[in-house]
Design a binder for this molecule. Structure first.
Ligand SMILES: [Zn+2]
Length: 559
């Protein structure tokens, strides 16, 4: 996943219950203990699942397998069951299940297994990260669970971190203690974060609705700056929704090891993210704001199981409000905001898949990086478009009204395009039936002509991102190969066969940033922009006082 697609990819691998399972077992408590094992060559944790209840029938237990981009099968070793005969089978999804024979009814089955550090020690938050100084995993990565518990209601869970070094700290979606109990559905156990290690823990909201932040590793900004940014984001977003109903919230941030990647994921009452070096203040701020906004967009205003078909809303509008609310609170400056908007406008209008219908997002989200970015940018530009329709009709209203309407009814009904359209009709006289069909469903290019009458937008000509030479050759062999004579790289003087000492590419696929390539003799600088230019909308960069006022009015900043 690219930097700046700070997306949450939440996929529930709902229990893979096959139809021949008899739901005769019931569970009163599942007690997990997690013990770091030292003295091994590679870091390992031992997990014990002590399953209590009324167990009469064959017990089928799902072992950690995969979730989103995390894969756990190879990390699981030394699986044993106390006092019962058992076998391990692989099901259709190539996930392992423990089949435990229950010859006579019992109230307790104990399973033990080890989770080893993964080859290459990835620092990705979807993975089960096991290190000598860190255990960081979603529930999917470390907890074995009876398959029929996934179909049942709430179960009591206890979790205990055992024999940890005294300096270690812990945090999870359920608290910061080393031992904790909670009642939850099995999916809520799995869809949560569990962290222990050399952590720096901060409390960033009051005791009534505490938010705990855990930091691991080093970052480009000071801990105190991360704490104050998060404090401001939590406060601003809760105030926007007038929603302070959060008994507890956890955030885990870890240092990543991929300089091109910055990914966060929303989990139950929490989010986790890994951050590379080289980020600027607004990058951090917007990533946090985006993830935290999912408490409402996609969280409390729940997506209705259409997943990627609604990403224009749950990701695009999240991207929009992450920035708009940050502008309103002063978390990012007006200049940073315009810079962000212009990047997104460029990414949208220059996208090679701009006119793909919404169904392509559903079918090819995981197969094509450009398709993956599309709902974010399309939803963002659509939000500007809708806001201009509303503002032209009644300047005292905005798309805030639609979002807040949807939140009001969220307890009764999850998000649907139908309820979105119904709410919009209160603010846009003619409704938005056609807009949704054209710009979202069919993928026609969103025209901001109307918005340009109330915002300092202008049409400029720009070419899409074009590196101008072979990517693999520079990455692997540090050599310029297959250079396009029409490219800016060529015009800057680079030629095939040039040996590269150092290269700095723009983040993401923005043609407007400067690429720098150093060879033994010379430093080349150019914008990776194709000469095949398109007309696109951008905010003016030289803003007059009046322009700034227009922007503030449009995006609801107090003047
Ligand atoms: Zn997201």
């Amino acid at each position: 996943m690219n930097k700046f697609s700070s997306c949450i990819i939440i996929i529930f691998l709902w229990g893979i219950a096959s139809s021949n399972i008899v739901f005769a077992n019931s569970y009163s408590l599942i007690y997990y203990t997690i013990t770091p094992l030292f003295g091994n060559k590679a870091p390992v944790i031992k997990v014990t699942a002590d399953i209590r209840g009324d167990i009469k029938d064959q017990l089928v237990v799902d072992l950690p397998c995969r979730w989103a981009s995390g894969e756990y099968v190879e990390q699981l070793k030394e699986v044993t069951v106390d006092n019962f005969s058992y076998r391990i089978i692989s099901n259709n999804e190539l996930c392992n299940q423990l089949i435990i024979a229950i010859s006579k009814p019992t109230d307790r089955v104990i399973i033990n297994y080890e989770v080893h550090q993964k080859k290459g020690d990835p620092a990705e938050v979807h993975e089960a990260i096991i290190r000598a100084d860190l255990v960081h995993s979603v529930g999917y990565g470390i907890f074995a669970i009876p398959n029929d518990a996934l179909e049942a209601g709430e179960v009591s869970f206890s979790i205990e971190w055992k024999e940890m070094p005294s300096k270690w700290k812990t945090i999870s979606s359920y608290g910061i203690a080393r031992f904790f109990n909670f009642k939850a559905k099995a999916q809520e156990l799995l869809h949560a974060i569990y962290v222990a290690g050399n952590l720096r823990i901060f409390q960033i909201a009051d005791n009534k609705s505490p938010v705990f932040l855990s930091l691991y590793g080093s970052f480009d900004v000071k801990d105190s700056s991360i704490v104050s940014s998060l404090q401001e984001i939590v406060k601003t977003q809760r105030s926007f929704f007038n929603d302070h109903n959060f008994p507890y919230y956890a955030i885990s941030l870890i240092e990543g090891n991929d300089p091109n990647s910055m990914v966060g994921t929303r989990l139950y009452d929490s989010f986790a993210a890994y951050l590379p070096k080289g980020m600027k203040h607004s990058d951090y701020y917007i990533l946090f704001a985006h993830e935290h906004l999912h408490n409402w967009l996609g969280g409390k205003i729940h997506n209705n199981g259409r997943d990627s078909l609604d990403y224009w809303w749950s990701e695009g509008f999240t991207d929009y409000y992450a920035r708009v609310l940050a502008l309103r609170s002063g978390g990012i400056s007006l200049e940073e905001f315009i810079d962000e908007c212009n990047q997104i406008l460029r990414n949208y209008y220059l996208s090679p898949v701009i006119n793909q219908p919404n169904t392509t997002i559903k079918n090819s989200y995981w197969k094509n990086e450009n398709v993956q970015k599309l709902p974010y940018t399309r939803g963002f530009v659509f939000a500007i478009y809708l806001n201009s329709l509303i503002k032209l009709h009644d300047d005292t209203k905005s798309i805030d009204n639609i979002i807040l309407d949807l939140f009001k009814i969220a307890k009764q009904q999850p998000f649907s395009v139908k309820s979105f359209k119904e709410s919009a009709k209160n603010y846009i006289f003619q409704g938005i039936e056609q807009e949704i069909a054209r710009f979202i469903d069919q993928g026609k290019t969103i025209d901001l002509t109307a918005a340009a009458s109330i915002l300092p937008l202008e049409k400029i000509k720009m070419g899409p991102y074009e590196r101008g030479f072979d990517k693999d050759k520079i990455l692997k062999n540090k050599i310029i190969h297959n250079i396009n004579p029409n490219s800016n790289a060529y015009k800057s003087g680079l030629r095939n066969g040039d040996k590269v000492i150092e290269f700095i590419f723009p983040k993401g696929s923005d043609p407007d940033q400067i690429a720098t390539i150093k060879t033994i003799n010379k430093t080349f600088k150019f914008t990776p922009e194709s000469h095949n230019k398109k007309e696109i909308y951008q905010f003016k960069t030289n803003l007059s006082a009046e322009d700034k006022l227009k922007i503030k009015r449009f995006f609801g900043v107090n003047i």
